[in-house]
Design a protein around this ligand. Sequence first.
Ligand SMILES: Nc1ncnc2c1ncn2[C@@H]1O[C@H](COP(=O)(O)OP(=O)(O)O)[C@@H](O)[C@H]1O
Ligand SMILES: CC(=O)N[C@@H](CCC(=O)OP(=O)(O)O)C(=O)O
Length: 258
Amino acid sequence: MKPKLTIVKIGGNVIDNPELLDSVLADFAKLENAKILVHGGGKLATRLGEKLGIEAKFHKGRRITDQAMLEIAVMSYAGGTNKSIVAKLQALGVNAIGLTGADGNLILSEKRAVKTVDFGFVGDVRKVDSEALRNLIQCGFVPVFAAITHDGKGKLLNTNADTIASEIAIACSDFFDTELLYCFEKPGVLANSEDGDSVISLLDAELYQRLKAENKVHSGMLPKLDNCFRALENGVSVVKVGSEKLLSDQNSGTKIQP
Ligand SMILES: Nc1ncnc2c1ncn2[C@@H]1O[C@H](COP(=O)(O)OP(=O)(O)O)[C@@H](O)[C@H]1O
Ligand SMILES: CC(=O)N[C@@H](CCC(=O)OP(=O)(O)O)C(=O)O
C-alpha cells in the first residue's frame, strides 16, 4: 500500500486574514502523514504592486503578467508570503522548506502561447519531479510551494496556485495515496454563492455541469473545480474544497466525486 500524502492549497483570502492563516497552519502542522502546502496570494501581490506604482491587469479575472508584474509576483509569492509561512510552520515544529518550481527543478513549465489574449509571463505546468519531492519528504522536509515555476531556460513564470496543487497531487500519485484539499474563505462549493449555508456535500461532474449552466458556479471556482476533476481523473484518491475546517473535520466542505 502506498503511504498517504496530503496536499493542501490555501488561497489569497486565507493568507490575507492572519487569524485564519494561523488556524490553517496549526491544523496543517497536526497532520501526521506526509504533506505539502501550496499557497497563492494574488491579492497581496496586487497590493504590493499598487504600493510600487504598478497596476494589476486582468482579463476575465485572470492576471496578465508583464515583466513588472512578474517581478512583483516573485517578490510577493516566493519572497514575503512564502518565507513568512515557512517561519510560522517552523514555529509550529514543522520542518518546512520554501520552494518555487525552479528550486531543484521541481516544477518545469512552459510560457503560455499567445492565442487571443497575451497573458504574459504565465507558465503552464509540464513536469513535476515527484521523485525529488519524495526524496525531500523522506528526508523529513515539508515542502511549501509558492505560485512560481520556471521554463528551464532561465525565466521564472507566474503559475496559478490551484493548478500547481493539482499537478503536484497527480505527479505524486506515482508514489503516494494522494489527497488534495483546497482551503478558501467559504465553507465549500455553494449552491448559492452568497449563502454560506448552502454547501454541496458531494459534487460530481454532472452536477458541476448543471451548476455551471445555471451560473451558480463562476469566477475563481471554475478553474478550481476543473483542477479538482482533472486530479481525480489522473490518480488522485480524494479531492475536497472547503474552509480551514477541511483539515480537522472529515465531514466538512465539498467532496468532489469522479
Ligand atoms: N458556487 C460557489 N461556491 C463558492 N464560491 C464560489 C462559487 N461560485 C463562485 N465562487 C467564488 O469563487 C471564489 C474562490 O475562487 P478563488 O478566488 O480563485 O479562490 P482562492 O482564494 O483559493 O484563490 C470564491 O471567493 C467565490 O467568490
Ligand atoms: C497565473 C496565475 O493565475 N497566477 C496567480 C498566482 C497566485 C494565485 O494563484 O493566488 P490565489 O490562489 O490567491 O488566487 C496570480 O498571479 O494571481
